[in-house]
Design a protein around this ligand. Structure first.
Ligand code: SF4
Length: 427
């Protein structure tokens, strides 16, 4: 358990300040949680968790708010086996997979999702996937890890998308295309498709695709634009296939969305007049929608515990467009490359922290007594009991917040706990 102050190498704004790096006990969900939004996004995929009863319980409670007639995830429970029982474990996995696929002929991709119990670690899931691919020809079987040892909750999306990259068809050498990377709500994706179309940017494809047969082609002419800040491995895998990242802030808030679209528009040589004509109306709607929450948020102090890796782009929106003061911005991992357009936009006064030592961070939070604390479910109740207003980080991942039309909802998510607190005080 160590903490060290490390200088960041970037040039401007917050990029010049020190980052507090902490290693210690973490309070964050594991990568299995990503299945909750990924199974909604990839409509013909099934996620078979190879795990323990704990994993099954986590998925039930994380997805508990939703009622499914035919859920597209399940847990094959592999536990309490010694090495001699591993052959049985493989047989059992094959049996459960066959059962799922027989019952659900609509499934085109089966993800075997690894977890942390030692029995599961001993199983070679990539070999299991290869074996199942031979047994079930009409289905693509892939594997990735959602284990709490290797992933925090948004990293489950990263490992899932990384497993898809080798499956993407090869794009023709001469084709220049845009690939938007990171799961977005369908409604947000549709808005971006319309905007790119009006700008004349394209062809535009998305990873993950909604359906298995729509897997986007990738090649040296592919320029990719990240829609989510937690996709380090997926980005690296795409670059191995020749794709090049378009450097941009993330599409959060009016300014972030504008800059994100502009980065792609510049690559496609869209002139400024056309760009302005296309974005003027939706940008004005976004600004108006955010303006409604400015009085509530402006000047208020916010403290982020590390959770979703969305913290830095969110802090940028809250500071730049809503006037909030950033006490501490914690993130599980700081990917300086992918955050190259975000870090310089944070004020130098904000304390950045990477990793977590939860007790030390709780002490800093208690000392700062911020107006709003963004944290995981486990920390929210104790902090509320101490009189601090909190926001659950997981809500920010489950709610569509990207793009112009969602900018007001994004501001409201942060304003609501403060408004509730004011009502309680008046009452
Ligand atoms: Fe727990 Fe690990 Fe299963 Fe996640 S993958 S629920 S951390 S046992």
């Amino acid at each position: 358990m160590t903490a060290a102050l490390v200088s960041t190498p970037s040039e401007a704004g917050c990029a010049e300040t020190d980052v507090l790096r902490e290693r210690g006990q973490r309070e964050v969900f594991c990568g299995l949680t990503g299945i909750v939004w990924l199974h909604r996004k990839i409509q013909d995929a099934f996620f078979l968790i190879v795990g323990s009863r704990t994993c099954a319980h986590l998925m039930q409670s994380a997805a508990g708010v939703m009622i499914f007639a035919e859920p597209r995830f399940a847990t094959a429970i592999i536990e309490e086996r010694d090495l001699a029982g591993m052959a049985d474990a493989n047989e059992e996995l094959d049996r459960v997979a066959a059962q799922v696929l027989a019952r659900r002929p609509d499934i085109k991709t089966l993800f075997l999702v690894g977890s942390c119990p030692s029995e599961v670690i001993k199983l070679d899931l990539s070999r299991a996937a290869a074996r199942l691919n031979q047994q079930h020809e009409s289905v693509r079987v892939l594997n990735y890890s959602g284990s709490g040892i290797e992933t925090t909750f948004t990293e489950g999306e990263d490992t899932c998308l990384e497993s898809l990259v080798p499956e993407l068809p090869q794009a023709p050498e001469t084709e220049t295309s845009l690939l938007v990377v990171g799961a977005l709500a369908d409604v947000v994706e549709d808005q971006f498709i319309r905007l790119f179309d009006q700008l004349g940017v394209g062809p535009v494809r998305f990873l993950p695709a909604r359906r298995s047969e729509e897997l986007p082609a990738v090649g040296p002419g592919t320029r990719y634009l990240l829609a989510q800040p937690f996709l380090g491995r997926t980005g690296a895998a795409l670059e191995d296939r020749g794709a090049k990242r378009i450097s941009a802030p993330f599409p959060l808030g009016a300014k972030g969305t504008e800059a994100w679209l502009k980065a792609a528009a510049d690559v496609w040589g869209v002139d400024q007049d056309r760009f302005e004509t296309v974005i003027a109306a939706p940008r004005a709607r976004a600004q108006r929608a955010m303006e409604r929450y400015k009085d509530t948020l402006s000047g208020k102090q916010i403290f982020f515990f590390p959770d979703s890796q969305l913290e830095i782009p969110l802090a940028r929106v809250l500071h730049e467009e809503l006037g909030m003061q950033l006490t501490e911005v914690g993130t599980p991992y700081l990917h300086r490359g992918h955050l190259d357009c975000e870090l310089p936009r944070l004020p130098a006064s904000a304390r950045l922290s990477e990793g977590q030592h939860v007790d030390k961070q709780l002490d800093r939070c208690r000392q700062a007594r911020p107006d709003l604390t963004v944290c995981g479910l486990g920390l929210a109740n104790p902090l509320e009991a101490e009189g601090l207003s909190t926001k659950w980080a997981i809500e920010l991942v489950f709610t569509p917040i990207q793009g112009f039309e969602q900018a007001g909802d994004l501001a409201e998510l942060f304003a609501r706990p403060l408004m509730r607190r004011d009502i309680l005080r008046v009452g």
